[in-house]
Write a protein that binds this ligand. Structure first.
Ligand code: ZN
Length: 250
């Protein structure tokens, strides 16, 4: 058992409402990812879903989470703003956040990045090829030069995100578009990653390379510190200064 504590948040609506998606992920996407992280990382994994009280993220869940994965699609608007605020603060305090696939329009993704998260999309059972741009990066450990997914939903540029701190994979789609598929950003003491594949109509998370990529991401973005820097401090000087009791003006 590693000491990594992962929480997988899933909207968990498509699996219940669609026979196809329910067949793809009988445990729910969250259940599949939980099992994989337990097997691949020996991590302590909890799950949380939209319809649970507080979306399953109440109490000390965020404080005791090293990496939060986020899969949402059709009900972004139902996510309570107060929960988004708490997740944002947790990231700034050091929690890792991995936003998956259609989470590009989630409140938390747009909040931490400050942009719309919009993109082009098409459902046409087309091929996706993800190119590994940084083979020496820890998140690319064991990832081949490219990953081919025979059928995926297309996401195309322009993806409305801030220029990533690290751009790790670039997707090509059969229909001609390209997309920045695996990106990271530093936010406060936390690291945010976005990983594109994972449309619910396909069993993409069973792909061994995608599975490895998600485990690598957890290792890379995991919490290193827990530190609340939400207020400014006014310390006494370490050495003699000219006016140590000077009154603040204005
Ligand atoms: Zn999708």
């Amino acid at each position: 058992m590693s000491d990594m504590r992962i929480t997988v948040w899933n909207e968990y609506l498509h699996e219940l409402e669609s026979e196809l998606v329910g067949r793809n992920y009988p445990e729910g996407i969250h259940g599949t990812l939980k099992r994989q992280f337990e097997e691949d990382l020996g991590a302590e994994v909890r799950t949380a879903t939209l319809r649970e009280p507080g979306h399953g993220l109440g109490g000390d869940v965020l404080d005791t989470t090293d990496v939060l994965f986020w899969w949402g699609h059709k009900a972004h608007g139902e996510v309570d703003d107060a929960v988004v605020e708490r997740v944002h603060r947790a990231v700034l305090a050091g929690m890792g956040l991995v936003v998956l696939h259609s989470g590009h329009m989630s409140k938390i993704f747009r909040r931490v990045l400050g942009t719309h998260g919009t993109l082009k999309w098409r459902e046409a059972d087309e091929k996706e090829r993800l190119w590994n741009l940084q083979p020496a990066h820890p998140m690319m450990d064991g990832i081949p030069e490219y990953i081919t997914l025979e059928q995926e939903e297309m996401y195309g540029e322009r993806f409305d995100i801030p220029t990533p701190d690290e751009l790790l994979m670039l997707s090509w789609f059969q229909g001609g578009e390209v997309f920045r598929s695996v990106c990271t950003w530093r936010r406060g003491h936390g690291t945010v990653a976005y990983i594109r594949p994972g449309h619910e109509a396909y069993r993409t998370y069973e792909n061994p390379d995608i599975r490895r990529l998600l485990a690598n991401a957890a290792r890379h973005v995991r919490r290193r510190v827990s530190r609340d820097d939400s207020t400014c401090t006014n310390p006494a000087a370490l050495e003699a200064v000219p006016n140590p009791t000077k009154e603040h003006v204005g």
